[in-house]
Design a protein around this ligand. Structure first.
Ligand code: MTE
Ligand code: MO
Length: 515
């Protein structure tokens, strides 16, 4: 037993600190290098993205249910916690048996290298941050632990321990500096935000009519009928938001077409733009959930570009692809892109260029379909193809091929579990079935008779609509439920279903206590 030793409790803590500070410096340097040479190759981002892609769809659902649109922050925190445990463990093991901790940290570096290189659109230096992280972690860990080791059978003396602490603190400080410099460097690459801010949108050739006055009931607590961009839900698989410069952007239409078409940003802007109000919804939205929002989009109808390319009669699907650094795909039934609905290649959202996290510079928006089969952000390719030839990001993960939005309604006021005063009260919410339209909403209290709510003026059949009902609330505990009726005579089903594989269904039911 020449290598092994019995560490004191103090040395165990010190060795854990060595593992932590070595790993902290490694991560800091890797983030710094990534920020400079290849922002999307940050080890955190590539490992996180890899986990997102590997995760089964129930895990996506659970993450969204637990953390909502903070699911990505939760993932990063999770990875950081795992790293802290592994790094401390590597330090402790390295002190006990030279080489073990180094192998563990080296393996983490190798994992980061592999994860970076297999990302779609990985650049030529994607391997560099992970490699540097691995080497730095191994060398620094060995250097620090050497200072804790007994010399010729004696334990390290106090002077050695003091020097160990100075070195460990120095390494951690260097890691902090690297992280800060890396962040500043990353900020400099945020210039796409400046490009966006300087853009002026073209005027719509076909402008939308003003939102009708009766569309907004203006009830406190009720979702506004037009969702401000800053409050619009965000769902995507991109840990690092793709930064696409319009000057470098182009869209290629290929596959089962008569002639391939490629258009640049300037060519797109020169085409006649159309404005339309469309409510976007996520298939992962639970009954009563908030993964839905409505905006006024400005863009070019997709059918005009498809007509230019000439679509083969056998094609039944268009596979839209996001920028290569992202690699998301969606499979949209071709009728939804060629019929008379306003399926857009959108560049504007509520009067502004698309926010970067909502797909700048160009995304798809298709009324009536959930986002996972239609709303590709940072879109760069449309492949005209067939459902029996290829699948898309979520449809290879068990979600349904066709994603028409289900008839749904939600209670916003009162909030679930809220207690209100007895007397005159109001119940209000939203109802939607995009591209079909809402004919009415009914409300029932304590399993009593269904009563018709008052419907606000719909902006169009492609948008959600507000509803409200006056209620004389009597004190006690009550349940409130709602259900929507569509313009084609359907009544929202009471039969509950989870989001997977084709959208949640059932009635929204809330408990309210009246004082
Ligand atoms: N590039 C890209 N586009 C994407 C996604 C994605 O993960 N990547 N997610 C889709 C899903 S599932 C939804 S619900 C909508 C959400 O759009 P939003 O974030 O603008 O609300 O974007 C769609 N477009
Ligand atoms: Mo979604």
């Amino acid at each position: 037993m020449t290598h092994a030793m019995h560490a004191t409790r103090g040395d165990t803590l010190r060795s854990a600190a060595a593992g932590l500070s070595a790993s902290f410096l490694a991560v800091g340097l890797a983030e710094l290098i990534a920020a400079v040479v290849e922002p999307s190759a940050s080890p955190f981002a590539v490992i996180g993205s890899g986990l997102i892609d590997l995760a089964p769809s129930w895990a996506k659902d659970t993450a969204i249910a637990l953390f909502g649109t903070g699911d990505k922050a939760a993932l990063i925190v999770g990875i950081a916690l795992v790293l802290v445990v592994v790094a401390a463990g590597a330090g402790i093991l390295e002190l006990r048996r030279s080489g073990i901790g180094a192998v563990i940290l080296g393996a983490l570096g190798a994992l980061a290298v592999v994860a970076a290189m297999i990302r779609p659109g990985a650049g030529p230096f994607a391997w560099l941050p992970g490699l540097v992280a691995g080497l730095v972690a191994v060398l620094i860990l060995r250097m620090l632990i050497r200072r804790l080791r007994p010399v010729a059978g004696l334990g390290p003396d106090d002077e050695d321990r003091r020097r160990f602490l100075v070195w460990t603190a120095g390494v951690a400080a260097a890691g902090a500096v690297a992280l800060i410099v890396g962040n500043v460097a990353r900020g400099a690459s945020r210039s796409i935000e400046a490009v966006r801010a300087a853009l002026r949108l073209p005027k719509a050739a076909r402008a939308a009519a003003a939102v009708p006055a009766g569309a907004e009931l203006a009830i406190p607590g009720l979702a506004p009928v037009v969702t401000p961009n800053a409050e619009f839900y965000r769902i995507d698989t991109a840990l690092i938001v793709p930064q696409v410069d319009p000057a470098d952007w182009s869209l290629r239409i290929h596959g089962m077409v008569d002639r391939e078409v490629e258009i640049t940003w300037d060519e797109l802007l020169a085409m006649p733009m159309q404005e339309s109000d469309v409510t976007l919804a996520c298939v992962s939205n639970e009954v009563g959930g908030s993964l839905i929002g409505n905006a006024r989009w400005l863009g070019l109808p997709v059918r005009e570009l498809l007509a230019r390319a000439g679509v083969d009669a056998d094609a039944d699907m268009v596979l839209s692809t996001s920028t290569s650094a992202d690699g998301f795909t969606a499979s949209t039934p071709i009728e939804a892109l060629t019929d008379d609905r306003d399926a857009l290649l959108a560049i504007g959202m509520n009067g502004e260029p698309l926010p970067i996290e909502h797909g700048f510079p160009v995304r798809m928006v298709v009324p009536g379909l959930y986002g996972y089969v239609s709303a590709t952000k940072w879109v760069t390719q449309l492949e005209v193809t067939r459902f029996d030839r290829t699948k898309a990001y979520w449809t290879t993960r068990g979600w349904s091929d066709h994603g028409p939005i289900k008839l749904q309604s939600r209670i916003d006021v009162p909030r679930r579990g809220q207690s209100i005063q007895a007397g005159d009260a109001v119940i209000a919410g939203m109802a939607w079935q995009q591209h079909v339209g809402i004919a009415g909403v009914e409300v029932r209290i304590d399993d009593g008779p269904w009563r018709a709510a008052e419907l606000a003026t719909a902006i169009s059949t492609d948008t959600w609509v507000q509803w409200s009902l006056d209620w004389t609330a009597e004190s006690g505990a009550h349940t409130v439920e709602c259900r929507a009726l569509s313009v084609v005579g359907e009544t929202q089903t009471s039969d509950p279903a989870a989001p997977a594989p084709d959208g949640a269904q059932g009635w929204h039911r809330i408990d309210v206590s009246v004082a």
